[in-house]
Design a protein around this ligand. Sequence first.
Ligand code: SAH
Length: 474
Amino acid sequence: MEYLPINIKLKEKKCVVFGAGNVAFRKIQMLNKAGAHIICVAKTIHKDIQQMWGDIVIIQDDISSYLRTVGLENITLIISATGDAKLAQHIFDVAKQQNVLINTVDDQRLCSYISPAIINRKPIIISVSSGGSAPVLSKKIRENIEKLLPHNLGKLAMYASNIRKQVKKTFSSMQDRRQFWEYFFNSSLSSRIINTGLMPDSNDVIEMFSNKPEKVGEVFLVGVGPGDPELLTIKALRVMQQADIVLYDNLIPKEILELVRRDAELINVGKSMGNHKVKQVDTNQLLIDHALEGKQVCRLKGGDPFIFGRGGEEIQALRSAGINYQIIPGITAAIGCASYAGIPLTHRDYAQKVVFLTAHCKNSIDTLEWSSLAQDRQTLVVYMGLMKSQFLVDKLIANGKNKKTPVAIIENGTRETQRVIMGNLYELAELIKHKTVKSPALLIIGGVAQLSNDLAWFQPQNHLKPHLNVLKTA
Ligand code: SAH
């Protein structure tokens, strides 16, 4: 290990930044966050730094003469960002002689310390360093960690710090205290702080753990979007990676399932129409049973859980059973498919209204208001519409919809296998049959559908080509 990572307390410590350009400004902002007493020395001062006048000391002077006359007495740390190689060497020599920590931007030879890439979830700080060998790689790693660490992690740490004294008073032995913290950080309470930022009353928390130290389970109803794994939300990904058990539907592609925690148990409760694998009541019961065992249960739903996903029914069952739950929205098929097919669902020339409907209802499809659906200047997005497409077309036309209304059928939207088939309303059912369209497929009916001809951009096969080219030339 060539460098030892340490965290320096810079609060009110004198730090000098030599140079006052763009880079120096970024470094000053960082030192400022750490509460340092900053002195910036340079001949010309960037306007952003000038505006910090009052917060920092700005000395407009020749750096060599400053070193000669004022020197580095009582200075804890130096950042050298002059962009002048000869001057940088001189600053480094003086700093070395006086044993002051120095970092010269972009010149590792002239550094007695190097700055890591930082992930800031105050008071939690994570630093990533490649020991100066590959700073861009460190930044990449930081980005990946950023995505995984919840925004409210710092709040959780602050909360823990706030109740620390009380915990110490309540649990006298160190072992009890350790057990409390184990329970607490695994509990639904801490996941609630992370997910919502809301802080529970500290007395309630401590009392709860004193009386009932067992792990409390919780169900996360997670929408994973229409298929492209990159359309997952950061929150969905994090919950998937924390789950003890994952219940999923047929619609969830395997690329998404591969992202769940490696040792989580996976159960397929998938339903395809007419072939109900696990009954809804049994799925509800599975969710309840596993949560009662104290598990973090992740219920994955295609698209958004509350759009034709029976999410409401599952949540009602959980609520009746007194199980804690959280709901994470996802991109619903209508939004995802429309984007990936180049169909703006609203457009001032064609539609001021969008209706999401399903042709697959608990009761009869005939409960839909056909005369309203047949009106112009709206976009109809039909979920689960393949089987009843002819009926849908007949009803719309009988209620006055123009039979030449443009339609688009989007099969496997947002996925590598996406197909977009365009046509007119009267031929919709025929197209589905002739092109052997399979589920999952979405129907978009309305003037906007024709825009796909001009605006389509997602061509899954071509999508890979640029990457391959890069690989070839690398
Ligand atoms: N909750 C889901 C919808 C579940 S109903 C959501 O918000 O998207 C299932 C129907 O959604 C399918 O029959 C199909 O009509 C539509 N659907 C879901 N994913 C799709 C996809 N990738 N491409 C096309 N249609 C899709």
